[in-house]
Design a protein around this ligand. Structure first.
Ligand code: GDP
Ligand code: IMO
Ligand code: MG
Length: 429
């Protein structure tokens, strides 16, 4: 059975891009199924760093086809820019190598303006979105008012009229809030230019994937964001507007569950979150600064899309256990193990205490989650630089114990860890 679904097990930025890049070496197709250019997926290869936002992270493999599924929201103008920047570095991005679903929804300039307007109206209660128009685009999708990628195949004038109508409607809202309005003509023109480039890439991707799967092709489904940002399963309303979890891969690509063989959960060896919302193991002070890094390295904890510093803390096994139950991981991978070197004793949050009661799973309401006190288990750390390790036996005993304890607490095998950002900095069991 040829599908592996790869899912972020935390609040995003777990290192999914680099793991997809690794899995792509034995895949035929890499397919993104949710989100848009709120994602920032980093792949490091031979000293070069590639940051992908909409194009799937298998694109560095010239024999892999990239699919952008119907569950995504696509910013056509930014996608054209991303394609051009990949072409500038010598990549051959053709309709044979990149296939865009005709059923994905389009992020319009109106959505971006409304995202900004809504965040500023929320003030201190803001979500902390990436301001890419994601929420308003999914709102129009579920409200049955969206414009789809397939509409780029329409008559040019009809497509332009729809864009102009969307911008006109957004302008009314912006005006009411006393905010700057958009020029509908200008917006439509840039989108028509993008449509001219993208038209040859657009087709029915579920039919395409079904044919590939029945022919025995290997497909990696690339999750964006993470389980705890899921619209249903995350800490609502501090979530994104899509379904980054396992079920979302099936609806976001239009493929059937019987093809799925593996569900791989990717978790960072500690916790990070960017944007608002509860984060029970968040730290400030010296350890947080160590985990985050100064920003001097590309892998330090500053947003790939927005540059915002990420909130950092100890690994939250309560949340991981929940991610296991939501997604049914067949295995997990821990990334950024190298960052834990030299930290001294390490802590794992194995449960929460809320009002004197122990919880093994996160409570549903944010009010309770805000009051959750992590119950920590301490494990000995290690001093050694592990970035050169390539086998489990080369890892210090304390690092192996940390990995094994996480696997035991989550009741899921951890068969791989990463010890640096480069493609080969992996340790496989
Ligand atoms: P994604 O959104 O899940 O793809 O993750 P991001 O790319 O936003 O953030 C992960 C960051 O960690 C990137 O800069 C990666 O290059 C980096 N990274 C991934 N794995 C490792 C690792 O094992 N060690 C180190 N030091 N960096 C890593
Ligand atoms: P990748 O794929 C981390 C967060 C935002 C905000 C919330 C809602 O790189 O892991 P949105 O713009 O989606 O409406 O923002 O979700 N968020 C991410 N955080 N990594 C991401 O993507 C994210 N995509 C959205 O910070 O809290
Ligand atoms: Mg990211």
């Amino acid at each position: 059975m040829p599908i592996t679904i790869l899912i972020g097990a935390q609040w995003g930025d777990e290192g999914k891009g680099r793991v997809v890049d690794w899995l792509a070496s034995s895949a035929d197709i890499v397919a993104r199924y949710a989100g848009g250019d709120n994602a920032g997926h980093t792949v490091a290869l031979n000293g070069s760093v590639y940051k992908l936002h909409q194009v799937p992270s298998g694109v560095l493999h010239s024999d892999v086809v990239s699919v952008m599924g119907n569950g995504m929201v696509v910013n056509p103008v930014n996608l054209v820019r991303e394609i051009e920047s990949l072409r500038d570095i010598g990549m051959d991005i053709t309709p044979e190598r990149l296939v865009i679903s005709s059923r994905a929804h389009i992020i319009t300039p109106a959505h971006i303006a409304l995202d900004r307007a809504r965040e500023s109206a929320l003030g201190d209660a803001k979500i902390g979105t990436t301001l890419r128009g994601i929420g308003p685009a999914y709102l129009d999708k579920t409200g049955r008012a969206g414009i789809r990628t397939g509409d780029m195949l329409l008559d040019v004038e009809e497509y332009a009229e729809r864009l102009i109508a969307a911008v006109d409607a957004a302008n009314e809202t912006l005006r009411r809030q006393g905010l700057d309005t958009l020029d509908p003509q200008y917006a439509a023109e840039s989108y028509l230019d993008a449509a001219a480039v993208l038209r040859p890439f657009i087709r029915d991707t579920s039919v395409y994937l079904h044919a590939a799967l029945t022919a025995g092709k290997q497909v990696v489904c690339e999750g964006a964001q993470g389980t705890l940002l899921d619209i249903d399963h995350g800490s609502y309303p501090f979530v994104t507007s899509s379904s980054p979890t396992a079920g979302g891969a099936l609806t976001g690509l239009g493929v059937g569950p019987l093809f799925v063989e593996n569900v791989l959960g990717v978790a960072k060896a500690f916790s990070t979150r960017v944007g608002g919302g509860p984060m029970p193991t968040e730290l400030d002070g010296e350890i947080a600064t160590r985990l985050r890094g100064s920003g001097a390295n590309f892998w330090d904890e500053f947003g790939t899309t927005t540059g915002r510093p990420r909130r950092c803390g100890w690994l939250d096994v309560v949340m991981l256990r929940y991610a296991v139950s939501v997604n049914g991981f067949s295995e997990m991978m821990l990334t950024k193990m190298d960052i834990l070197s030299g930290l001294g004793d390490l802590k794992l949050a194995v449960a929460y205490e809320i009002d004197g009661v122990r919880h093994d799973y996160p409570p549903v309401t944010n009010e309770l989650l805000q009051r959750a006190q992590p119950i920590y288990e301490s494990l000995p750390g290690w001093q050694e630089d592990i970035s050169g390790c390539r086998t489990f036996s080369q890892l210090p005993a304390a690092a192996r114990d940390y990995i094994d304890r996480v696997a035991q607490l989550c009741a899921v095998p951890v068969n791989s860890v990463s010890v640096g950002p480069e493609r080969d900095q992996l340790v496989l069991r």
